[in-house]
Design a protein around this ligand. Structure first.
Ligand SMILES: [Zn+2]
Length: 240
């Protein structure tokens, strides 16, 4: 995929977060997409959702609504070699040296599970090998953390993933990987991850940084009003 198209896809992915209102009572639209694994040439058919009926969002930006398998479809994995990534990662042309690193890495994945969380983690690791945008790496871990929102027995695992989200969104801010309003959104999200892992001092620090940004989406303002008091009360509730 060429760079311009890739950038556009990234923008669209983030812009999508901000569609917090219902788009009408309709069923999700899904379609099949055929790709070829860049590691072993395996032909794979992925199901992707192109239309959603959303009506809200958690403060970590997981959308709620008639979501179907939307979040499970964001990261895909080759059933044969376990190469994992966003659908555009299956369509990229990799430089020879990068592909070699990926192939070497994928060879270590044979025994890894193929559950939703592992797939996102493998994707995050492969994205980091190819030096993808930090925000794309962060999002893979963020989606993984959504899968464990209600799973109290894997709370520590969820927090590990959220620490990865902090690391990569923080770097995304440092590397200025954002458009206008997104900086405040990333800062808020880092703050909210800190609250979710129980580091309230850092949570408040990042909430304040988000609040200080002049340009921010309305949902960030609303979310700050809701979450700041929680951080002050040392509440790490992850189910909201
Ligand atoms: Zn493969």
């Amino acid at each position: 995929m060429n760079q311009t198209l890739l950038k556009m896809t990234n923008k669209l992915r983030f812009a999508f977060f901000f569609i917090l209102i219902s788009v009408g009572l309709k069923a999700n639209i899904t379609k099949n997409d055929t790709v070829v694994c860049p590691v072993d040439g395996e032909k794979i058919i992925f199901k992707i959702t192109t239309g959603l009926n959303t009506w809200g969002s958690y403060t970590d930006m997981e959308k709620t609504g008639t979501m179907g398998d939307y979040y499970q479809q964001i990261i895909n994995t080759c059933p044969k070699c376990h190469f994992s990534g966003y659908i555009e990662d299956f369509r990229k042309t990799y430089k020879e040296d990068v592909l070699k690193y990926i192939i070497d890495y994928v060879a270590t994945l044979k025994d890894r599970k193929l559950d939703e969380v592992s797939q996102c983690e493998m994707a995050g690791e492969i994205l980091s090998i190819q030096k993808a945008d930090n925000r794309d790496i962060a999002y893979a871990y963020l989606v993984a953390s959504y899968q464990l929102r209600m799973n109290d027995s894997l709370k520590e695992k969820r927090k590990d993933l959220q620490r990865k989200v902090i690391e990569y969104y923080d770097q995304a801010v440092q590397m200025k990987e954002y458009d206008e309003n997104e900086k405040a959104s990333y800062l808020f999200l880092v703050g909210d991850m800190y609250r979710r892992v129980g580091d309230f001092e850092m949570a408040l620090k990042y909430y304040d940084r988000a609040a200080a940004e002049k340009k921010k989406n309305k949902w960030v303002k609303n979310a700050l009003e809701l979450m700041r008091p929680l951080a002050l009360k040392k509440d790490d509730n992850n189910k909201i």
